[in-house]
Design a protein around this ligand. Structure first.
Ligand SMILES: NC(=O)c1ccc[n+]([C@@H]2O[C@H](COP(=O)([O-])OP(=O)(O)OC[C@H]3O[C@@H](n4cnc5c(N)ncnc54)[C@H](OP(=O)(O)O)[C@@H]3O)[C@@H](O)[C@H]2O)c1
Length: 187
């Protein structure tokens, strides 16, 4: 059972534009042709921040077109926010706030042996990293630069915090990098 930050990023380290657009990503390939189907099959619980959740709310039409329902996940999902956000009918969502450690404990119980996916954003993944709870970073680096935007992982992770364990090219548009996080690191 691992806690994984799995995300796509631009070559210059942004997961969305400043105004939360992902249009740059959709031209890079199909989810079904990526590692996603294999990855999601092993996920038992998800965590995301409010910007990521609100993106899904705003793009419900696109999500329905892709997966047939307004909420794309069957696994229980923890949404981090200090605000009151609208729920999605029939989706298993728990709204939470604050320290990630007790929430991670609850997520592990719910995941019953499967992996935990930190969907994003980068700072939320960083909060799990700070607490020594992040085991893997799996990033699909797109052949695009954005100049500015929402950061991939706004932390200083100096050697030997990350160990590159796999590199997989996906055509001319993407490369997937997998890093193991050293949680016994000294900082
Ligand atoms: N490229 C990709 O594959 C990919 C993957 C995932 C996401 N994305 C996109 O990337 C963008 C990420 O946005 P973002 O960087 O702003 O990150 P985010 O994590 O989605 O949202 C950040 C917000 O979540 C809330 N939050 C975070 N930690 C919290 C905590 N411990 N307790 C309470 N609330 C907490 C705060 O907002 P409030 O308290 O104000 O609610 C915070 O401002 C989104 O547009 C998303 O759609 C892209």
């Amino acid at each position: 059972m691992k806690t994984q930050f799995y995300t796509a990023t631009s070559l210059d380290g942004f997961i969305a534009t400043e105004d939360d657009s992902l249009e740059w990503l959709f031209s890079l390939g199909e989810l079904s042709e990526s590692s996603y189907p294999e990855f999601i099959a092993d996920v038992g619980a998800l965590a995301m921040g409010s910007s990521t959740y609100e993106w899904l709310l705003r793009h419900a039409d696109k999500v329905i077109e892709e997966v047939g329902s307004a909420w794309p996940y069957t696994q229980p999902t923890w949404v981090f926010s200090t605000r009151k956000l609208p729920a999605i009918e029939s989706a298993d969502i728990r709204f939470v706030s604050g320290d990630v450690r007790p929430i991670h404990y609850d997520m592990c119980k719910a995941a019953s042996g499967k992996n935990i996916w930190i969907v994003g954003g980068g700072d939320l993944a960083g909060q799990f990293y700070d607490a020594g709870l992040l085991d893997e970073l799996i990033v699909q680096v797109g052949s695009v630069t954005l100049g500015k935007g929402k950061p991939l992982f706004p932390r200083r992770a100096l050697s030997p915090a990350l160990r590159l364990t796999e590199v997989r090219q996906m055509g001319a548009s993407m490369v997937e990098l997998r890093y193991q996080v050293n949680n016994s690191r000294v900082e």
